[in-house]
Design a protein around this ligand. Sequence first.
Ligand SMILES: *Cc1c(COP(=O)(O)O)cnc(C)c1O
Length: 342
Amino acid sequence: MDKKNIDWGNLGFGYMQTDKRYVSTWKDGAWDEGGLVDDANITMNECACVLQYAQTAFEGLKAYTTEDGKIVTFRPDLNAQRLQDSCRGLCMPVLPEEKFLDAVDQVVSANAAYVPPFGSGATLYIRPYMFGINSVIGVKPADEFQFRMFCTPVGPYFKGGVKPLTIRVSDVDRAAPHGTGNIKAGLNYAMSLRNITDAHEKGFDENMYLDPQTRTKVEETGGANFLFVTKDGTVVTPKSGSILPSITRRSLVYVAEHYLSLKVEEREIYKTELKDMAEAGLCGTAAVISPVGKIVDHGEEICLPSGMSAMGPVTQKLYDTLTGIQMGRIEAPEGWIRVIAD
Ligand SMILES: *Cc1c(COP(=O)(O)O)cnc(C)c1O
């Protein structure tokens, strides 16, 4: 397979159009056969439900080349299931898991020339999504939907080394109690744009959202779950009904328990506990874990003992083990790695 002539190591996190994308349409109560298309543009009516009422949900996962040259994806079955949960939450039809996995195989295989080589640090980011496409003016769900999946090569997350993040405690909430925080709906991101822009303008990398009901407990950032390490070495991660269940975080929790024999607690974490934490990180597909060095709560600075120049030791072990599993250096739990090409 001839790879595209791309400077893999210098790619950022941006969109680059690749050759093929997958489309399947739901109409008259059923999914069509679905398949790959060349056209990267979508034509829809001006009154399409997605444009007027934001009826859309998405997923994000990666394909990459392992040390022994295979092209693989990591736990795509969980992305399929989470998309189903998101779609149920937004009155959209459920896409069968097998159809989702088949689409992943087709999109990655058809764009294999864009899958970055092993060692480049780059990966192929895959974006599945679904939206209501027919015209709707009175508020109600669409009855015609498109499921699509495209991919784009993205660069190494920690280009030029690991830089621990500075985050601020947000005054704005990302999700209401009993709202849509636990599904991957585009609307959760739309409402976060103003707050993240403001955070960046003020020199912060991310917003730490608190539980919207009492504003005393830690939830997550706009696009990643928190994982903390206490001073006695326990891994703790927030429990809440309005957090998006990160596949990376769930995998790290498993790795902590079963590979590193660490104690893990999923529980409510009060903001007042932050000053006692030894390490903090943000988990998501993009970076696996980005270390947090400093949390700023309205002028009060909490500096994590792990500092501003490296990952903390437990975070580093978690990162090395999970990326080792992903890259085929460490044996993966049954079913975690889906091989697309040998
Ligand atoms: C996608 C997402 C995450 C990370 O989930 P992964 O499955 O690990 O990529 C975390 N929080 C929010 C709000 C998200 O949308």
